[in-house]
Design a protein around this ligand. Structure first.
Ligand code: NAD
Ligand code: GLY
Length: 358
């Protein structure tokens, strides 16, 4: 079993990564008598909830659950209200532990509900999608979308632990797996050239769910994220490097209607746009651009945005990005593979050209 620690003083926690963790409740940080509310969705509950409830009841954990509809379009404040309603109806108090059992959507919504219910209760992340296992379950960004912008409502609120069982990936649809690969490739481009090379060499193994490759890759992503989060929990500095491609990608997700484009698909196009800017702005080498585009395509990810979106459509959403300061866009720009920077002085025309080119 692999372990990664997020070091945040009294709010530090461990990510445990292995296959089979969810068959044995003794790996979960729960004790007999704990009161738990599992938050999941219709898809995952039909596959896994029965087994989890049986295991919990055997361990004398008092468990309730709430089953939400599946999809990014339900990642909104109404769904949070539904979780809170369920907690209140069943008289849950501040000792209850929420368990987010699902992909990034369930993790983000549940974390936010945990942050605000009775001013904050504990929550555990059990991520079931690749994207959630390598990125969204770690680091405490919780929240929901608004019609006018992605992730516009939320809180920084850390889980008390993250349990990553790679066995769940066996039932993940291929398109969703590719969406997770976009975030993995992002780590390599933004932060670590040798990891990028490792992905180039091992992508085929990841795509057939080879266990050692998966565990190594998830651990590596969690370590990279742990180091940024531990030093910049509230995303005022280097943590923003994890947002490579996201300012463009969030615009695609919101404009197209949440859920039409998967998060990783939108980020893939956003990465290509950032690379196109970098070619002109910081002389990013075309051989590096080619390696990135080749890897995204091998991962079955798009490299061109939706044909119906104009540059102005992008900009109208991008200006509301959370990195924006005094109406000045701030974008993550790769300088070479493995090294990136946040820039706020990119000429508007350059951004428009990069968008139009994709
Ligand atoms: P998701 O939660 O919608 O899950 C993708 C789909 O796969 C869903 O239909 C889900 O039901 C299904 N699924 C999940 N696990 C499964 C499994 N084991 N077997 C079968 N089906 C399974 O999407 P996602 O890609 O996991 O997460 C995307 C969300 O994460 C976005 O809302 C994005 O904004 C957010 N995100 C958050 C952070 C963060 O730091 N908080 C980081 C990155 C992304
Ligand atoms: N996914 C970006 C972050 O957590 O900061």
């Amino acid at each position: 079993m692999e372990k990664v620690t997020i070091s945040l003083g009294s709010r530090s926690y461990t990510i445990v990564i292995s296959s089979g963790l969810c068959n044995d409740i003794s790996f979960w940080p729960l004790i007999s008598g704990d009161r738990v509310m599992i938050v999941t969705n219709e898809t995952l509950s039909s596959m896994y909830l029965g087994k989890i409830l049986t295991l919990m009841k055997k361990s004398k954990i008092k468990v309730d659950y709430v089953i939400l509809p599946d999809g990014e379009k339900y990642k909104n404040i109404k769904t949070v209200d539904r979780i809170i309603g369920s907690l209140l109806q069943k008289s849950h108090g501040r000792d209850t532990i929420l368990i987010a059992f699902g992909g990034g959507v369930i993790g983000d919504i549940t974390g936010f509900a945990a942050a605000i219910y009775q001013r904050g209760i504990r929550f555990i992340q059990i991520p079931t999608s690749l994207l959630a296992q390598v990125d969204s379950s770690v680091g405490g960004k919780t929240g929901v979308n608004h019609i006018l912008g992605k992730n516009m409502i939320g809180a920084f609120y850390q889980p008390t632990s993250v349990i990553v069982d790679t066995d769940f990936l066996c039932s993940l649809p291929a398109r969703e797996f590719s969406s997770g690969l976009a975030e993995i490739i992002k780590y390599g481009i933004a932060l670590d050239s040798s990891f990028f090379q490792w992905i180039e060499q091992n992508l085929d193994l990841l795509m057939v769910l080879e266990k050692h490759a998966l565990v190594y890759c998830i651990r590596k992503c969690c370590e990279l994220k742990a180091s940024l989060v531990s030093n910049d929990e509230h995303d005022i500095g280097y943590r923003s490097l994890l947002n490579l491609g996201h300012t463009f990608g969030h615009a695609i997700e919101a404009f197209m209607g949440y859920g039409k484009w998967l998060h990783g698909e939108a980020i893939s196009v956003g990465i290509v746009m950032a690379v196109r800017i970098a070619e002109r702005f910081v002389q990013f080498k075309s051989e590096h651009s080619n390696r990135i585009i080749n890897l995204l395509q091998r991962a079955n990810l798009p490299i061109q945005g939706p044909t119906e979106m104009t540059a102005n459509n992008y900009l109208s959403y991008m200006i509301r990005d959370k990195k924006t300061v005094s109406n000045q866009l701030r974008l993550v720009i790769p300088l070479s593979i493995g090294v990136s920077e946040i820039r706020d002085n990119i000429p508007n025309q350059l951004i428009i050209d990069a968008i139009s080119e994709c």
